[in-house]
Ligand binder design. Structure first.
Ligand SMILES: Cc1cc2nc3c(=O)[nH]c(=O)nc-3n(C[C@H](O)[C@H](O)[C@H](O)COP(=O)(O)O)c2cc1C
Length: 216
């Protein structure tokens, strides 16, 4: 049975990112995979890379040796046949919790050699979901297209073939009337949540299934 790791990098477990990551996870399950879901903000305390270089020395080359809340997540990804990653856009990047995972996931495989560049020989499909307040129409202008391309290229070098899925212009809170936020078209946000978000959930379910037994 194939194994899939699914990781939610939003502190809000059941909001946009967590929901979409779980939908992709359900899709993978429907295709026969065993799926383990992690909510990064519910783990034991962890940090980003601490620059110990343990992953560059035998017998641990290619493996992060830092024992904290992320260790089981990294181990599950190492043993997986595919990984679903999700992060909200925080200040034009991924969330801090997600970035810590990303540093350790990537750096453990980086060889500091010309060839090969990666210690990782077990390449697996990657689905990277980003959710954002910003609509896709302003992604180029905001630098988000370049940001996502950079994540994609690094994930492809060190983990495996990567597909990016963007869920843009998300509903950020249930009740906008509590806040004095003037920059949003609230009716449009709510309408999108009722019409577009369910479609995105279905698309992610399909992508999760595709990751298991179809070409990626
Ligand atoms: C700290 C913080 C920073 C954010 N920065 C951005 C940003 O720079 N660009 C953007 O489009 N959305 C930004 N957002 C909005 C979130 O990316 C968006 O609402 C996302 O869908 C939230 O994911 P969640 O519902 O899974 O928590 C930010 C939200 C927070 C809390």
């Amino acid at each position: 049975m194939k194994k899939i790791a699914a990781i939610n990098g939003s502190p809000r477990v059941n909001w946009n990112t967590g929901t979409l990551v779980r939908d992709a996870a359900e899709g993978a399950k429907s295709a026969g995979a065993e799926v383990q879901v992690f909510d990064l903000y519910r783990l034991e305390k962890y940090t980003g890379c601490i620059s110990c270089f343990g992953c560059k020395l035998a017998p641990n080359t290619g493996k992060c040796i830092c024992r904290d809340g992320l260790a089981p997540v990294l181990q599950t990804i190492r043993e997986a046949d595919g990984v679903i990653l999700g992060s909200p856009n925080y200040l034009s990047n991924v969330s801090a919790g997600f970035r810590a995972l990303y540093e350790r996931l990537i750096f453990q495989s980086l060889t500091y050699k010309r060839e090969p560049r990666s210690y990782n020989t077990h390449r697996i499909p990657v689905l990277f979901v980003m959710t954002s307040n910003a609509p896709k129409a302003i992604y180029d202008q905001m630098g988000y297209t370049d940001l996502l391309q950079s994540y994609q290229s690094t994930l492809e070098t060190f983990v495996g073939d990567t597909r990016i899925y963007v869920a843009d212009n998300t509903l950020q809170v249930k009740d906008y009337s509590r806040f004095d936020w003037t920059m949003f078209d609230i009716a449009d946000k709510q309408a999108r949540h009722e019409t577009v978000f369910p479609q995105q959930r279905e698309e992610l379910f399909s992508l999760g299934a595709q990751m298991v037994n179809q070409p990626w």
